[in-house]
Design a protein around this ligand. Structure first.
Ligand code: SAM
Length: 241
């Protein structure tokens, strides 16, 4: 990481109230190098260039920590992690969280696994598969305190895919771009159908970059009916609302 990049990362994190330790900055530098190297060989992420990766992957992922919903030794699923976002930045900054990055694409999960090992992140436990199938697996269903997700699907789809993984009382923390009132309304209805209630939908801007974001928090208040999630592809093709 260049000295300018380091300053940018520290400033972005500080705007979120986070003071990164030197070892954490080093881990982010290592992550940047591995991501840049791997992106040259496979289609991992559309973002190129140090500034964009630092702000729009690393700092952006850390915005999931707004509001203090993620804490302590919680078991956290990152639904649709891709190249490891927000899972890897969260694992660096909050080493007590036990994070399971999940993605349907094996080569992405393999990248996340190799990278977590290279960074010495023992709190990252990657998983390959589709949320529709794993959400029905007794080893995974209702086993998580938190589900985080970024840039994966519209809110009603996320509610159906994520809530089965949560224990009652657990939270879905969904990081979204600008949210229309229609998407929030549909998401609220879908959440109610699968046992959840929207607690927060907070607009904010991404530190230093200024892009519009919304953090949506849905609490699981009742067990998800057995019929959800529906089979592979159906939640996306035919959202509940
Ligand atoms: N969260 C990452 C980020 O913010 O950079 C990746 C976002 S990428 C646009 C969406 C990812 O979600 C893809 O890697 C895709 O394979 C994964 N995905 C979408 N639907 C999924 C499902 N039903 N089960 C598992 N993974 C899924």
């Amino acid at each position: 990481m260049t000295p300018e990049g380091r300053a940018l990362l520290l400033e972005g994190a500080a705007e979120l109230g986070l003071k990164l330790a030197p070892e954490q900055v080093e881990q982010f530098g290592h992550l940047l190098a591995l991501l840049t190297q791997a992106s040259a060989q496979m289609n991992l992420t559309a973002l190129r260039g140090e500034r964009d990766i630092l702000l729009k992957h690393f700092v952006d992922s850390l915005t999931c920590l707004r509001g203090g919903w993620l804490d302590g030794g919680q078991r956290v699923l990152d639904l649709g992690t891709g190249a490891g976002f927000p899972a890897l930045p969260l694992a660096i900054v909050q080493p007590r969280l036990q994070i399971v990055p999940l993605d349907a694409t094996r080569k992405k999960v393999e990248f996340v696994e190799r990278t977590a090992q290279a960074l010495g992140l023992e709190n990252v436990h990657p998983l390959t598969g589709r949320a529709e199938s794993l959400g029905r697996d007794p080893q995974q269903r209702e086993r998580y305190d938190r589900v985080v997700t970024r840039a994966v699907a519209a809110l009603p789809v996320l509610a159906e895919l994520a809530l089965p993984f949560l224990r009652v009382g657990g939270l879905l923390v969904a990081q979204k771009g600008p949210l229309t009132p229609e998407e929030l309304e549909a998401g609220t209805r879908a959440a109610a159908e699968v046992g959840g209630q929207v607690r927060v939908a907070e607009p904010f801007t991404l530190p230093l970059a200024g892009d519009a974001r919304t953090l949506v928090v849905i609490e699981k208040t009742a067990s998800t009916p057995e019929r959800y999630p529906r089979r592979e592809g159906v939640p996306n093709r035919k959202p509940l609302f």
